[in-house]
Design a protein around this ligand. Structure first.
Ligand code: NAD
Length: 259
């Protein structure tokens, strides 16, 4: 690749945390980031689920380590970031990827469902971003925070009310944090994926209902995890140094489908 482009997106030596990296997009993000040269800290509630990923990445010669993290617990967030700081000396980029969803009618959701979804997608992302930002400010090195939202943060879908609310909150929180953290050279942006094929939704997206959904996507295709690579590397690297408070939508045009 052209040396100028290579240099622009290069993450050599950058220390990156990916939350919820044991499956789906988080696992893919970790692989993409190390391929660009990053040293990666992958975190999940069950650290044993990260073992294969870390051993594969280390076998390929990358610097990758696994940490226990439950984003819904302030204590767990602090302990995870302490452990990363003692191993890596700090963090330059944080990918706030951990998230959960559920599908029920508005009338069927109970308070416990609401709490799990909002605590993980919104409060969890807030606590990880806030605690990471405190450390970035103390280090004086700045950094980049990348929140994974959804096209459901701006559009709505049936059965996912609390998820829509949490992702809309995270989308706006991104801009609010960007405003206050810019003076510390910390950029805060988000990636809003459309329906991305992962092992978890593969069966649904290839079903008849999935086909009907695909027919409403202007590009007539669901994106793959790798379609997010450009947005991720842009926001993580100095290629995106002028960007903060932005949301990059990667959805094959789904969010702008005609009414
Ligand atoms: P996924 O279920 O494979 O990944 C979510 C990860 O978050 C899992 O590894 C899970 O263990 C982890 N997680 C959940 N609760 C956690 C907690 N309390 N603490 C730490 N980790 C926790 O699903 P995915 O599709 O890879 O989703 C990744 C992110 O992308 C989520 O934020 C999701 O909302 C968002 N997203 C996904 C799609 C899609 O189509 N796949 C579309 C839009 C947005």
């Amino acid at each position: 690749m052209n040396a100028f482009v290579n240099q622009l997106f290069d993450l050599t030596g950058q220390r990156v945390l990916v939350t919820g990296a044991s499956s789906g997009l988080g696992l893919h993000f970790a692989k993409t980031l190390v391929a660009a040269g990053a040293r990666v800290a992958v975190a999940a509630r069950r650290v044993d689920r990260l073992r294969d990923l870390v051993s594969d990445l280390c076998f390929e010669g990358h610097d990758a380590r696994a940490y226990t993290l439950d984003v819904t617990s302030r204590q767990s967030v602090i302990e995870c970031l302490d452990a990363i700081e003692s191993d890596f000396g700090g963090l330059d980029v944080v990918v706030n990827n951990a998230g959960v969803s559920d599908t029920k009618r508005v009338l069927e959701y109970d308070d416990q469902d609401w709490q799990v979804i909002v605590d993980t997608n919104l409060k969890g992302a807030w606590m990880v971003a806030q605690e990471s930002a405190r450390r970035m400010v103390d280090s004086g090195r700045g950094g980049s925070l990348i929140n994974v939202t959804s096209i459901l943060s701006s559009r709505v879908g049936g059965g996912v009310g609390p998820y829509c609310a949490a992702k809309a909150g995270l989308s706006h929180l991104t801009r609010s944090m960007a405003l206050e953290l810019a003076r510390h050279d910390i950029r805060v942006n988000s990636i809003a994926p459309g329906y991305i094929v992962t092992e978890i939704n593969d069966a649904f997206l290839s079903s008849e209902a999935g086909e009907r959904l695909r027919a409403r996507v202007p590009s007539r295709r669901f994106c793959a995890s790798s379609d997010l690579d450009g947005a991720l590397l842009l926001l993580a690297s100095k290629a995106g140094r002028g960007m903060t408070g932005s949301e990059i939508v990667v959805d094959g045009g789904h969010a702008c489908a005609g009414l």
